[in-house]
Design a protein around this ligand. Structure first.
Ligand code: ADP
Ligand code: NI
Length: 212
């Protein structure tokens, strides 16, 4: 591990220390590893990909606390101006702000980090993170009375009441078709099928259909 990354990871760990929403150092490291795996097949600047993957959630709208400054200062000290602006541009543009929100054009490095982040939101990891996030938010696992929402912009997406199961229909099942790279599409396929199996089983047990 390079010196640069060796010092960056503990900073990110302390940033996410209190987080139980599925954002933690482990998520950042999984995204980094997925992104580097994709990059081996698709190309791109490894240093930018590695760092952007590690910091991609640090500047997210959901946890603007000011504690992101230490990470930012660290990046300023260790990257050229051009590298810093590329990393920040990736971090700012990949977070999902609702299905219909226009997103800026991504560089190859940005596409790869976005794919890696989306892959970690689906499959078994996606299931676990959806319920961890829902529990933290105090939202129900499922409620047939709460309809799956469609949203028209970012502020609607932020406000609407949901359940963790609805989140699959509102976001997670869409991600497979939003992958940028062929490598990520391949990985997404299996993870998508697993989520579908999970949902079928969940709804079967919810409605207790296995007894009838
Ligand atoms: P990411 O790290 O992919 O940018 P987000 O910040 O959007 O993810 O969300 C963190 C995790 O919480 C993801 O796994 C996401 O699927 C999940 N999540 C986000 N919103 C909800 C929700 N309303 N209900 C359940 N899970 C959610
Ligand atoms: Ni993320």
């Amino acid at each position: 591990m390079s010196l640069l990354l060796g010092q960056l990871e503990p900073l990110i760990a302390s940033f996410f220390e209190q987080d139980v929403t599925g954002h933690d150092l482990e998520h950042a490291v999984r995204v980094k590893n997925l992104a580097l795996y994709i990059a081996k097949r698709e190309g791109g600047d490894q240093k930018i990909i590695e760092i952007a993957a590690l910091v991609h959630d640090v500047f997210d709208w959901k946890f603007k606390t000011g504690s992101d400054n230490r990470v930012l200062n660290y990046l300023k000290d260790h990257l050229s101006d051009e590298e810093l602006s590329h990393v920040l541009q990736i971090a700012n543009s990949i977070s999902f702000k609702g299905a219909l929100t226009e997103v800026p054009r991504l560089t190859l490095e940005g596409m790869i980090v976005q794919d890696a982040d989306r892959l970690d939101a689906i499959g078994a990891m996606g299931v676990a993170r959806a319920f961890a996030y829902g529990g933290h938010k105090g939202q129900k696992m499922y409620d047939p009375a709460i309809e799956v929402q469609t949203h028209h912009n970012f502020s609607e997406y932020q406000k609407k009441q949901s359940t963790s199961i609805n989140h699959f229909y509102e976001k997670l099942l869409r991600l497979k078709d939003l992958m940028n790279t062929e490598t990520a599409k391949g990985i997404a396929e299996r993870r998508h099928q697993f989520m579908q199996r999970f949902l079928t089983e969940f709804l079967l047990e919810w409605h207790q259909e296995e007894f009838v």
